[in-house]
Design a protein around this ligand. Structure first.
Ligand SMILES: *Cc1c(COP(=O)(O)O)cnc(C)c1O
Length: 399
């Protein structure tokens, strides 16, 4: 895609997002809805455009922080938004005024939230978090915890909208651990019901469970990485839900030169040529979120062919071997992640993660604010975002 950018840009394919949602919808259990997880700025893809694109498929959204929830509200998103982690009580005023639901499992904090809601003349929505095996947050599955849940539910300005747990190992081929967690969650659901608390939404499934554990979708599942067209792990089957990658990373060659035997490339001189080589410089580095772990290991695509990284990835540039691509020249498009439509060659986020010793979830979240996002739909650019357009309000008098 021709854009107004040259150094680096991320192409976000909104048709792929739609296709992924459609694919998942086909696989959802009868009566189960989806929540769209758009935390970490939509896994680096841009939370607002992603949230708007998936709106027809989701009954609510989930984020990690209060600020992430506020951004969605400021962009006109009205469906429920759940904050999946613990929110500090200092932020309860914002939580209530922006109508954000939060994960809750402590009576002390619930009382503070209830007080704040009453002060604003509102009710505060919560989802009980239940720890069934992550040891991260949530009630332990005990009678005392169920009684604590009852006390929280009885607070006058608290509204219990849901209850959830999170799987540690649903992305593995063997689903025993996930099924055990599900059983534990059901047990807690029963215990809470026995306390006389009725909870509208029960949810435990992440993307992995959406894809492969249909019988435990309950009445909602939380779709995350699958929205963005990636499978949670390489143990996941790619059928019947076929996902299409959403993000591509593009750049252009900034310089091409010849080096000779004995010439080293990049910091530390970890690569030294033994014969004449053609070397292309790519104006992207780890400050853009391109992993330094890819040094000497990963490839990029130039003119549909693979070119290997030479030496270390620098903060803002790295070099690749184009000896076997004699037609490569300054200004050529470089695909760091994505598919070359002519040759069919493809470098996936998963491949880059594997080569760099990283994790595909992390790589897309790490795409930095120096990387503009270009939104594509129906073969056309429908929007862009320049994250680097920072505006400071407090430092204006600094000399
Ligand atoms: C991040 C997260 C998800 C989404 O997980 P994926 O593997 O990306 O689908 C769901 N639930 C909770 C609690 C999360 O923190």
């Amino acid at each position: 895609m021709k854009t107004n950018y040259n150094r680096v840009w991320a192409e976000i394919d909104l048709d792929a997002v739609r296709s992924n949602m459609e694919q998942m919808k086909q696989n959802m259990a009868e009566g189960a809805e989806m929540a769209g997880v758009v935390k970490a700025d939509g896994y680096g893809h841009g939370a607002v455009p992603i949230a708007k694109t998936i709106a027809p498929y989701v009954c609510m959204y989930a984020v990690a922080t209060v600020e992430e929830g506020m951004i969605l509200r400021r962009h006109g998103i009205e469906k429920p938004i759940l904050i999946l982690g613990v929110v500090h009580e200092n932020q309860y005023a914002k939580v209530v005024s922006y109508d954000l639901d939060i994960a809750m499992f402590e009576l002390r904090r619930a009382k503070l939230l209830s007080q704040e809601a009453r002060r604003q003349g509102k009710t505060a929505g919560i989802h009980f978090a239940v720890d069934t095996g992550m040891s991260r947050i949530g009630f332990s599955v005990t009678e005392e915890a169920a009684k604590e849940a009852k006390k929280i539910a009885e607070l006058d300005s608290i509204r219990v909208d849901g209850m959830f747990t999170h799987f540690a190992r649903a992305d593995e081929e063997n689903k025993d651990a996930a099924k055990k967690q599900y059983e534990k969650f059901l047990q807690f659901c029963d215990m809470v019901r026995a306390q006389g608390i009725l909870i509208p939404l029960l949810h435990c499934s992440n993307s992995a469970a959406i894809l492969e554990l249909q019988h435990i979708h309950m009445n909602m599942a939380r779709a995350g990485i699958s929205i963005y067209g990636m499978y949670p792990s390489d143990e996941m089957k790619h059928e019947p839900v076929h996902l299409t990658p959403v993000m591509e990373l593009h750049s252009e060659i900034s310089y091409v030169k010849m080096i000779g035997p004995g010439d080293s490339v990049s910091y530390g001189g970890t690569f030294t040529a033994t014969e004449p080589m053609r070397v292309a410089t790519i104006p992207v580095g780890y400050a853009d979120g391109y992993p330094r772990g890819a040094s000497g290991k990963a490839d990029v695509l130039i003119r549909g062919k693979r070119a290997r990284i030479l030496g270390r990835v620098c903060m803002d540039q790295f070099m690749v071997d184009v000896t076997q691509i004699p037609e490569a020249e300054e200004g050529d498009e470089v695909i760091l992640v994505g598919k070359d439509k002519t040759s069919g060659e493809c470098i996936s986020m998963e491949e880059l993660a594997e080569r760099s010793g990283g994790f595909h979830y992390e790589l897309c979240c790490d795409v930095g604010k120096r990387v503009p996002r270009v939104y594509v739909q129906g073969g056309k650019i429908v929007g862009t975002k320049d994250y680097f357009d920072d505006r400071y309000s407090d430092f204006l008098t600094l000399e």
